[in-house]
Design a protein around this ligand. Structure first.
Ligand code: SF4
Ligand code: SF4
Length: 478
């Protein structure tokens, strides 16, 4: 057997690869196969429930949190204003935002390479809402999976109408709450409260946004469901390149489990621990059989671990026939191995982290850009001086009013603002113009370097360098 074939066998965990010809959510006719997962029970499900309570509380609560009267989190794409844990980021900070995003992706790659798709099952909002909110309501109203199937197959009577109406009514209300929360992250809670409390005509676009988001979330959680993870999510598609046989995944121990067989046959045949009860398949929210090996559809929800552990307890075998482990470890009983790929990811991550910390530490609360006005040459002024015109753009990234002063570092130079003094309101971005005047006698080059000191409320916050345009032969002309 070639190395590639051996690897395939290790990853699939079985010689029967016919499961690769079908998708769990598509039936033989090519239509949607509705997944009815059995309600999970067990220690991992309990842990996920507790974690999801905290995450949901944070998600719904964060837009209401204010620090000194200002939002704790805001992602205002429309006004290009972002607040992360109380710190304001403006478009001038976009490079930082880009670096943080790259850092987040590399972290996700590293975590995936080591621990598999943990994010999907434990932290992803799609899984948390679907499994921990919408499905729990479904189980409460319609019962476990067999009852749900029976109800769907039964004729429409009062009981069915009541159950379906209650379920989808609650789904719609929760979708409405999610839509409002989502919008609160974009426009802020104060604006959202205005949309809710004032007449629709005064906030037509806000009202339309809430309606569209509500319908979208309702469609996702009431109908589209696990298809988002299997067919749409790009992270799911990346699994095949992120995982290798050393990654820790939800894995079925085929060496211990195979050959599978019913409990009653265990005495007469030399069978493995799997009793082929299919409980691990029944609880799977993406409808796969983990005994076929790691598959792209697996969102690492751990429901099959809980299910199999409960069976192992019943048949008196040790837990962990399905467990967190790497395929390599299962095959060779080697335990976790640090690979060169992990060294690479960790190195990139460390460098990025150092760069981000450095850039955050030098990040100024006042951002200023000074550029010589395009197309303008120098002008001769009184008192034997020459001037250049510059465009300035200043942004105040704080919640305080700031008085900005600009000075030429070289004592012979002078700045004249066109317009009033620069007093910036909180978070204001202002554009304007100014003149720099230099005495003719010091201009010896076409481009004379000039340093501009920036003072905010009297305190020096930045120093910029620019060029001053002057006639090269000015002194000769004199
Ligand atoms: S739950 Fe465990 S014992 Fe039952 S089929 Fe799945 S792997 Fe086998
Ligand atoms: S195989 Fe197991 S961990 Fe993966 S999605 Fe299905 S139940 Fe969850």
């Amino acid at each position: 057997m070639s190395e590639a074939e051996t690897d395939t066998k290790i990853i699939t965990g079985s010689n029967d690869e016919s499961f690769k010809d079908t998708i769990s959510i598509v039936n033989k006719e090519g239509g949607r196969k509705w997944i009815y997962p059995k309600k999970p029970v067990g220690r991992f499900y309990k842990a996920r429930t507790i974690l999801s309570v905290f995450l949901l509380a944070f998600m719904f609560g964060a837009p209401w949190i204010k620090i000194d009267g200002h939002p704790f989190m805001l992602f205002n794409i429309i006004e290009r204003r972002f607040i992360l844990f109380g710190t304001v980021f403006t478009p001038q900070d976009f490079y930082l935002f880009g670096l943080v995003m790259i850092f987040a992706f590399v972290t996700l790659f590293l975590v995936t390479a080591v621990y598999g798709r943990l994010f999907c099952g434990w932290l992803c909002p799609q899984t948390i809402f679907l499994e921990m909110v919408f499905r729990k309501i479904e189980y409460f109203i319609e019962g476990d999976y067999i009852r749900q199937k029976t109800l769907n197959a039964s004729p429409w009577d009062l009981k069915k109408i009541f159950k379906k109406f209650s379920k989808y009514g609650i789904f719609f209300i929760i979708s409405f709450l999610i839509a409002n929360t989502f919008l609160a992250y974009i426009i802020g809670i104060d604006e959202l409260l205005k949309i809710i409390s004032e007449p629709v005509s005064a906030h037509l676009s806000g009202f339309i946004s809430i309606t569209v988001f509500t319908i979208f979330f309702y469609w996702i959680f009431a109908w589209f469901r696990e298809q988002a993870c299997i067919l749409v999510c790009p992270y799911g598609r990346l699994q095949s390149v992120l995982l290798d046989k050393n990654s820790i995944v939800i894995a079925y121990d085929k060496i211990r489990g195979e050959p599978r067989g019913k409990v009653k046959d265990k005495q007469k045949d030399n069978l493995g621990d799997c009793i082929d009860c299919k409980l691990c398949v029944n609880v799977c929210p993406t409808g796969i059989d983990i005994r076929n090996g790691t598959q792209l559809e697996c969102v690492n929800c751990t429901a099959c671990i809980d299910a199999c552990d409960s069976i192992m307890d019943k048949v008196g075998r040790p837990r962990g026939l399905i467990r967190f482990d790497s395929m390599e470890s299962i095959e060779k009983r080697t335990g976790f191995k640090w690979t060169s790929r992990l060294t690479g990811y960790t190195s990139v991550l460390s460098v990025l982290l150092i760069v981000i910390i450095f850039l955050f530490s030098i990040r100024s609360e006042i951002d200023i850009n000074i550029l010589r006005t395009p197309g303008m040459l120098f002008q001769n002024q009184q008192d034997n001086k020459v001037s250049n015109m510059y465009n300035i753009k200043i942004s105040n990234k704080t919640y305080d009013e700031k008085k900005i002063d600009l000075k030429i570092k070289e004592s012979y130079g002078e700045i004249k603002l066109i317009g009033n003094d620069i007093i910036l309101k909180p978070l204001e971005i202002r554009e304007g113009s100014m003149l720099i005047l230099l005495p003719k006698e010091i201009i010896k080059l076409t481009n004379t370097p000039v340093s501009i000191e920036v003072f905010s409320d009297g305190e020096k916050v930045d120093e910029l360098k620019t060029n001053f345009l002057g006639p090269q032969n000015l002194n000769k002309q004199k």
